[in-house]
Design a protein around this ligand. Structure first.
Ligand code: CU
Length: 316
């Protein structure tokens, strides 16, 4: 216990020098926008540690944030990149101290006006999370990757303006309550081309996290091989769980008459299998060896639950 406390203390002291981080710019549709363009960036890179604070939504006091009058267009179904830097002027080699291990997450909130909407309160739903997989933390991947944090924007959402909240959580001092360091900024985006087939269940920020959540109150130096529980509720409609046969059927609002659907489905499956066989034959000689896929679902069974990229299936 004492050793753990000393380790945590050492980690937090060591992290003071080149410690914290800011989501400084967004890449969308091949364009990387300038620093602070369409993002409510702070002048100081400190974390939010009180998860009941209004500043948990889009940062804020004690860190002064600056509004932006810009809105960034985002194609539904595309993957955008949040760029993280130690300060507003740091380069790709200065993202965040390597001691800052923890999950990465992203949330959306639909708003009438992305430039003027308040962040705190209801309306938030999670669209991305990457915790601990294969011994590697989500934040470590972002640091190794020059600060780039990939976020898939679900294609099932309604068009319109949203706040995109990208988050990194550092757990190096999370062994005591309130020790977790949460970093987040909100980008102002306009989603286009969405199918509008899903309306996700939403949650309040602050409110979605509790100080004693197992993913926020945790000693990462003594957790051994136990799995990490990413904080924040994940909306069911977005997860890979919906790939199961039962769920796909229970959400099928316009089932085809069964007399037509069975032969048609068989024909479609045959065509897809043939196409996949031809495609695999034409490409496999150029690819390095990978994990062994299963028929039909390929490598889906090997996708770790801790690094879900959200996919829409349901139309609730
Ligand atoms: Cu820090």
């Amino acid at each position: 216990m004492r050793t753990n406390a000393i380790l945590s203390l050492a980690a937090s002291v060591a992290s003071l020098a080149s410690a914290h981080t800011i989501f400084v710019q967004l890449e969308s549709g091949g364009t990387t926008y300038p620093v602070s363009h369409g993002i409510r960036t702070p002048s100081y890179d400190g974390p939010i540690q009180d998860v009941s604070s209004d500043s948990l939504a889009c940062n804020g006091p004690p860190n002064p944030t600056t509004p932006s009058d810009k809105i960034i267009d985002v194609q539904a179904g595309s993957t955008v990149t949040a760029v993280w830097r130690h300060t507003l002027t740091s380069g790709a080699d200065d993202v965040m101290d390597a001691s800052h291990k923890g999950p990465t997450l992203a949330y959306l909130k639909k708003v009438d006006s992305a430039t003027s909407a308040a962040g705190p309160g209801n309306g938030w739903f999670k669209i991305q999370q990457d915790g601990l997989s294969g011994g590697v933390w989500g934040t470590s991947k972002v640091i190794e990757n020059g600060g780039l944090h990939s976020i898939k924007i679900p294609d099932c959402l309604a068009d319109g303006q949203y706040l995109l909240r990208a988050e990194m959580i550092a757990l190096h001092a999370a062994g005591s309550s309130g020790g977790a360091q949460l970093y987040m900024e909100c980008a102002q985006i306009n989603i286009k081309g969405g199918k509008a087939t899903a309306s996700p269940q939403t949650y309040s920020i602050p409110g979605i996290y509790k100080a004693n959540d197992p993913g926020l109150l945790i000693n990462i130096y003594s957790m051994g091989s136990s799995s990490y529980v990413i904080p924040g509720k994940t909306p069911d409609f977005l997860t890979l769980k919906h790939l199961s046969r039962k769920n796909i059927h229970s959400h099928d609002e316009n089932p085809m008459p069964s007399l037509i659907s069975l032969p048609l489905a068989l024909a479609v499956v045959c065509v897809l299998l043939l196409a996949k066989y031809l495609w695999t034959r034409s490409t496999q000689s150029r690819l390095p060896p990978g994990p062994k896929p299963l028929p039909l679902i390929d490598n889906l069974h090997q996708v770790s639950k801790s690094q879900l990229m959200m996919i829409c299936f349901a139309s609730p």
